[in-house]
Design a binder for this molecule. Structure first.
Ligand code: ADP
Ligand code: MG
Length: 699
């Protein structure tokens, strides 16, 4: 690693410290007021800022700039422009104007728009999100200035994941400030949602990927028999780092630190070949940008080390999949965490109101929250025995549940405390005990001073779940503010609000084992939704209630929300279609030929052994078994082919997604089962694909 961490950190980010250094004082102060949400950016300042940015970037070797945005693919997009501006005498000068900084018009008409924009309506605009630092990125020899941006259509409709996220941050701030004001806070100006997303991923040797069309095209294995060893030894989780992996992590951290991404925690995860990286939390939009940079960096650095980084939610059947735990809270502009319970949460009214607002929001909009994490990959995870179930519930822990129960009876008079832990060894320190234990099975857990939303998939943009969470909490806070603002006795009204929420929404609180069958039954009794698939979840989005929610808070119009749902349904169908076609290709051109070859060898063995006068009973039995399975394989191939062709021909995104879900996915499963069985009996020297054991254990 080059240089000390403090020297490296933020070296390639045009952050506040750099701006203060590079900009004239009055320009910096004007920009600072924009950053604090006090005034829009003034165009004259924009020219000065752009020029300073350009000089800074060029000094770092940059030749290009780009507006970096997040279209509905869930990935990021960029189109680079050189700083050059030719002069009449055949030379060039380097230029970058305020207008180029603040606005781009990339065309970009091939991104999904859900009908918001016809391809011939080519204009699409990007707008600088000045609250997320500009940075210089080095990709090989190419060095470019990146400008985090929002992306919208000619008519101003959001075509990306960032615009609604920024709108939802405003909405949350507006409503939270109203509540705080009503509760007597006279100084707060803004409330900012904060987030720290923990990112899980797999690393496998690059050579395996080249030999597997499924990994190459679908990012997950579509075939593969269960290996003799999986994660049952529990020896990988938090285990000592393999040197090759440690080197990869070291370089990843270094690259991220340069960009100002606060990569902090790293460890081996539960499944073999699975790892995690977590940053220090930041403002939600910055966290979202940084998570995109993290996913990108993990993949790029992996290649340098001969690995492939898999971000799919379920690269390997039979071992844990990957998620993204979104830790979320709200902070005031003065830096106070509104979900910090303090020493005596029972008489901390701000905390109790904020906590209850979140509980109400999650209960009332459980279905929407579930839909916000729906994608084809996450269908393998939610509800399986590792990730949170598809049922949305809230874990509060002992201390807060106790307070909740007291509130239900009227007022809360006391807070339980953790005390200290005695380990029974004189040389070990006495540890202060947290007021509550953790629950790792909960989809939405209170973890001391924040909530951890664990249903998000590892490959997903965090923007969707985050703008949903911001908006539903804003909605709860808005109703609370309505009541508080017209109250003559604020403390009494606040108590009544708490009582109402606790009574009406206690059903969503669950502190037990979320993986158990009893919980599924209990949740059904409580009337909590249990939506098991992406298609089912997405279909619930366009409802009267959801349109009203997003319109009221200015986050998405009805048209925008409908468009998004269409895009997500279509993305589901496309992903399953790619997987099905990949399976057909592999089954027909790799697996079936090898099985036929093996059966021919067995046939020759039967003939040869019998001709030699010995009994070929085993060979005969094996031949029959292989031939039976080959027959089944052929039948399954044809069935999948038919199901896929049928689904592909269906008009209407919803019907089409339904067919992929109910016809194609089961046909894929059937084909896989037969192929995996063949893998367990066919001569290993012939098998055309790297095995699970190799992929998960060779490092
Ligand atoms: P835990 O052990 O509870 O998971 P960590 O400190 O490891 O706690 O936090 C996990 C993630 O939560 C980190 O990314 C961390 O920065 C983030 N986090 C901590 N506090 C907050 C907060 N107030 N708002 C949002 N995220 C937070
Ligand atoms: Mg984890």
């Amino acid at each position: 690693m080059s240089g000390s961490v403090t020297g490296v950190f933020g070296r390639n980010a045009f952050n506040e410290a750099t701006m203060r250094e590079c900009l004239p004082k009055n320009v910096f102060q004007s920009l600072k007021r924009t950053l604090d949400g006090e005034q829009p950016l003034d165009p004259a300042t924009a020219d000065v800022i752009a020029n300073a940015m350009k000089d800074w970037a060029i000094a770092k070797g940059a030749t290009h700039f780009c507006h970096w945005f997040q279209p509905m693919t869930g990935l990021t997009a960029e189109k680079h422009d050189a700083f050059i501006s030719p002069t009449k005498d055949g030379r060039t000068i380097l230029e970058f104007s305020g207008r180029e900084l603040t606005q781009g018009e990339p065309d970009a008409s091939s991104f999904p728009s859900g009908g918001l924009r016809a391809t011939f309506e080519a204009r699409g605009y990007t707008a600088w999100d000045c609250t997320s630092p500009v940075f210089v990125k080095e990709d090989g020899k190419n060095i470019t200035l990146y400008i985090p941006s929002a992306f919208c259509s000619y008519r101003g409709e959001a075509l990306d994941k960032k615009t609604p996220l920024l709108r939802s941050m405003d909405a949350l701030s507006r409503q939270a400030v109203r509540v705080l004001r009503a509760l007597g806070n006279t100084t707060v100006k803004r409330v900012i949602p904060t987030m720290g997303p923990e990112q899980e991923y797999f690393l496998i040797d690059q050579s395996f990927c080249a030999k597997r069309l499924d990994l190459l095209l679908a990012g997950r294995t579509l075939f593969g028999a269960k290996p003799p060893r999986g994660q049952e030894m529990e020896d990988h989780y938090f285990g000592s780092l393999h040197e090759r992996v440690a080197n990869f992590m070291n370089e990843t951290n270094n690259e991220l630190w340069k960009l100002g991404v606060t990569a902090k925690t790293q460890h081996n995860e539960v499944a073999p070949a699975q790892y995690e990286l977590a940053p220090v939390f930041s403002t939600v939009n910055v966290a979202a940008d940084h998570n995109q940079l993290t996913m990108d960096t993990l993949q790029k650095v992996a290649r340098r080390h001969g690995f492939v980084c898999l971000l799919h939610e379920k690269p390997f059947a039979g071992v844990n999949g990957s998620g993204k735990h979104n830790n979320w809270s709200m902070a005031t502009d003065a830096g106070a965490n509104l979900l910090n319970p303090g020493e005596t949460p029972h008489d901390n009214m701000v905390f109790l109101i904020m906590l209850c607002a979140v509980v109400r929001a999650v209960d009332q909009y459980a279905t929407l929250l579930r839909a916000s994490v729906a994608n084809a990959g996450n269908d393998h995870r939610l509800g399986a025995n590792e990730a949170p179930p598809a049922i949305v519930s809230v874990f509060l822990g002992e201390q807060l549940t106790d307070i909740f129960e007291q509130l239900a009876k009227g007022t809360a008079k006391s807070s339980r405390h953790g005390g200290t832990l005695k380990l029974g060894v004189s040389t070990l320190p006495q540890l202060p005990k947290d007021s509550t234990d953790r629950n790792r099975t909960s989809p939405f857990a209170f973890t001391g001073n924040k909530f951890e939303f664990r249903m998000v998939g590892s490959s997903q943009s965090v923007s969707g779940p985050s703008f949903t969470l911001n908006t539903i909490v804003a909605d709860a806070l808005s109703d609370i503010a309505d009541e508080l603002e017209k109250a003559s006795d604020v403390p009494a009204t606040a108590q009544k609000i708490l009582l109402d929420i606790v009574t009406q929404h206690a059903r969503v609180v669950f502190n037990g084992d979320n993986y158990s069958e009893e919980w599924a039954a209990e949740a059904a009794r409580r009337g909590l939704p249990n939506i098991r698939s992406t298609v089912e979840a997405l279909k619930t989005i366009p409802s009267k209630e959801n349109f009203a929610l997003f319109t009221k808070h200015g986050v998405l119009s009805e048209t925008e929300l409908r468009a998004r749902t269409e895009i997500l349904l279509e993305a589901y169908s496309r992903q399953i279609n790619v997987e099905a076609q990949t399976m057909l290709n592999m089954a027909r051109r790799q697996i079936l030929p090898v099985c036929c070859e093996y059966s021919a060898k067995l046939g020759q063995a039967v003939t040869a052994v019998s001709a030699a006068g010995a009994r070929a009973d085993t060979q005969t039995r094996l031949l029959k078994r292989v031939c039976d399975l080959i027959g089944a394989l052929e039948t399954n191939i044809e069935a999948l082919d038919k199901a896929r062709a049928k689904a592909a021909g269906i008009k209407g995104h919803e019907h089409q997604a339904d067919s992929y879900r109910s016809d194609v996915v089961p046909a894929m499963q059937a084909l896989r089962t037969t192929a995996d069985e063949l893998e367990t009996i066919v001569d290993a020297r012939l098998w055309p694909l790297p095995t699970y054991a190799e992929m998960l254990f060779v490092r």
